[in-house]
Design a protein around this ligand. Structure first.
Ligand SMILES: [Zn+2]
Length: 124
């Protein structure tokens, strides 16, 4: 790890140059920005167009019917799991995915702050 920790939410943040009290303030501020953890989803939205296979359907020549959306969740050592997402869920799924990424960034930054406090032999 370099001196600059880059985060989408916060931009570069130079931890080593911050005072201990500033680190603690930042930790509190990060916590307040944590999204509602009931509203998270891990994975990504995939857009698909599918050919139905019916003889004479116009989709045979074009790109297929769609777009249809799938939630793709990767699993270690396996193919990603793909679940169909009905259109009425699209906005919510997108928001939940963003919440998950946001929460993960916040958690990892809080962890880095705690790591720095530990290095300084400060109270965690
Ligand atoms: Zn078709």
């Amino acid at each position: 790890m370099g001196y600059y920790q880059t985060s989408i939410i916060t931009g570069p943040f130079n931890m080593q140059n911050r005072s201990t009290s500033s680190l603690r303030r930042r930790r509190k501020a990060l916590l307040r920005r944590l999204p509602n953890l009931e509203q998270i989803l891990k994975g990504s939205l995939i857009e698909r167009y599918k050919r139905c296979g019916k003889p004479g359907c116009k989709c045979a020549k074009g790109s297929g019917h769609g777009p249809k959306y799938y939630l793709s969740v990767s699993r270690t050592g396996q193919r990603p799991q793909m679940d169909y997402v009905p259109l009425e869920y699209y906005d919510q799924v997108e928001a939940y995915l963003a919440n998950y990424r946001h929460a993960r960034e916040i958690i990892s930054e809080i962890s880095r702050i705690n790591q720095e406090l530990l290095r300084r032999r400060e109270k965690l």
